[in-house]
Design a binder for this molecule. Structure first.
Ligand code: MSP
Length: 525
């Protein structure tokens, strides 16, 4: 399929209620999906639940429920949260779906028939929190650093997937960015991991006597599929795949797969190994983001230091929660979520920044009917340009003086950062600079002192800047963008049906019924 954009989130373990870490990956995926949709692409965003395995079996037992009943409840909570967060997914997979199970069995049978799965004995240290065998070198004081528990020594009969024979292929594809691991530091880590040692064959099954909650192996009734193998295939089954290599869905391979850095390694080893053995194209890119930290440790249900996304939504509203999450820090780094800092940022950037600038400009424009004729060059003085571009990554060779050129430049550059680098914070930084430009020019020009013939072209430029700012905010804050269009007297649907390139074009609309209306963001004490 041409001009498509298939983006995936990992599927979430159904062993407890969703926390901010889960909201983080999913909101990021939704922002990128909405952005690429506005780039004129056919978009598919997939997400879902990882519902099998030892961890869930144990948690359900503790809760005194059967596992299916247990995961049904948790799945409901995730769906409710995603709907509250305004996540527009196109596919939601559950690994307990019948079609998924059937497809996993078909795929495993193909691997077995090809002779790349064989029966053996696997011995290793298993962390139930990770649902992974860990190496000694990964442990701190004998414990898994992510889950703070001692892994169990397991030795059991198991089916193994051959790894060594795909290793060189994999390294080459990563080196050439055919299978891109990003950001760059993660690619380097992946390459040094893969080339630094022999790749051990991977256990792809568990003994049913030890773990029974999973997909039965079609070729041996005593085993179930290892939960990660079951889970990886969701990236195909969510598109309706039946498990046969002849019927690869049109949207496959993914254009980008978002994962937390904690689950990157399995995504550049086991996942591509399955695909290479099945002769299915690899994803184009896997992007590993940082962790949300709380109290100095990765936020996790197993550690019990979670912040509830619902509480954050209750406090800030949906759009501000999306915004605050995505701009809390660089996507590729770890970010500490401290509520005090969130409140400050909310008041500074949303209440005093975007909200206030929209209100000022729309207030000035109330009752005036603008047309393209009012358009006029507005020169931005050098001191303001300097302030706007201070510490700005893109300003090095920027010379333009005209207000509209500066806005277009900021929009264009911001877009590149989101599209190419998946850099949410820099993108928003450019949006905020548009808002600064508006504020600083109003403060300098004091347009209320102008004659109408001079005032109107000035206000028109500001209106355009606010409209473009709303267009840029849309992927992060869809409802806020719509509200701004309404204030500007524009048809929100029409604005949102434009491609991004058309949408940021200067002078493409007329402003007739501008109305300040209610404030966008109430102040929080
Ligand atoms: N079920 C596996 C993924 C299988 S995908 C084939 C899993 N589930 S998870 O629920 O533990 O994590 C899902 C995603 O949420 C991962 O990308 C993980 O990095 C992310 N997060 C979980 N806790 C997180 C934070 N504290 N911070 C940021 N993201 C985190 O792994």
């Amino acid at each position: 399929m041409k001009n498509k954009f298939y983006i995936t989130t990992p599927i979430y373990y159904a062993n407890g209620s969703p926390h901010l870490g889960h909201a983080y990956t999913t909101v990021a995926a939704d922002v990128l999906a909405r952005f690429h949709h506005r780039e004129g692409k056919k978009v598919f965003l997939s997400t879902g639940m990882d519902e099998h395995g030892a961890k869930i079996q144990k948690t359900a037992e503790k809760a005194g429920k059967n596992p299916q009943e247990f995961v049904d409840g948790i799945c409901g909570e995730f769906k409710e949260l995603f709907s509250r967060l305004n996540i527009k997914y196109d596919g939601f997979i559950r690994t307990t779906d019948k079609n998924h199970i059937k497809a996993v069995q078909n795929a495993l049978q193909s691997l077995f028939d090809k002779g790349v799965i064989y029966k053996g004995v696997y011995k290793g240290l298993y962390c139930v929190g990770c649902e992974q065998f860990l190496m000694e070198s990964q442990l701190i004081d004998g414990k898994c650093p992510d889950h703070n528990i001692k892994p169990e020594m397991c030795e059991e009969e198991s089916y193994l997937l051959k790894m060594e024979e795909i290793k060189n292929q994999l390294i080459k594809k990563i080196e050439k960015d055919e299978f891109e691991i990003s950001p760059l530091k993660r690619k380097n880590e992946a390459l040094s991991f893969l080339s630094g040692q022999d790749l051990q064959d991977v256990a792809i099954s568990r003994d049913k006597k030890k773990v029974s909650w999973g997909v039965g192996l079609p070729f041996d009734g005593k085993h179930i599929a290892y939960v990660w193998v079951d889970a990886f295939l969701n990236y195909l089954t969510v598109l309706g795949w039946d498990g046969s290599v002849e019927n690869i869905p049109d949207f496959f391979p993914p254009d980008i797969q978002l994962v937390g850095k904690d689950i990157l390694r399995v995504h550049f080893t086991i996942w591509p190994a399955i695909l290479l053995h099945l002769e299915i194209d690899l994803p184009k890119e896997i992007f590993a983001h940082g962790m949300i930290i709380s109290g100095g440790k990765k936020m996790s249900k197993t550690l019990g230091n979670v912040v509830s996304p619902n509480e954050m939504i209750d406090k800030f509203g949906v759009d501000a929660t999306r915004y605050l999450l995505m701009t809390a820090g660089r996507f590729s780094n770890d970010v500490d979520i401290a509520i005090e800092r969130m409140i400050k940022k909310y008041n500074a950037e949303l209440v005093n920044g975007i909200g206030n600038a929209s209100a000022r400009v729309t207030k000035m424009a109330e009752g005036i009917c603008f047309s393209g004729k009012n358009a006029k060059e507005i020169i931005v003085p050098e001191n303001i340009r300097k302030e706007i571009f201070e510490n700005c990554l893109a300003a090095v060779d920027f010379q333009k003086e005209d207000f509209r050129d500066i806005v277009s430049f900021l929009a264009e550059k911001g877009k590149d950062f989101l599209k190419i680098k998946k850099d949410f914070t820099i993108y928003i930084d450019f949006v905020i600079r548009i808002q600064w430009l508006v504020d600083k020019m109003i403060a300098k020009e004091e347009p209320w002192k102008f004659e109408p013939k001079d005032k109107e072209p000035f206000i028109l430029n500001c209106l355009e800047a606010i409209r473009i700012m709303a267009q840029m905010l849309y992927p992060f804050m869809p409802d806020t963008a719509e509200k701004i269009f309404e204030k500007l007297g524009l048809d929100a649907k029409a604005e949102l049906s434009k491609t991004f390139d058309d949408a940021v074009e200067w002078g493409s609309v007329e402003f007739k019924n501008v109305c300040k209306g209610e404030s966008l963001f109430p102040r929080i004490k």
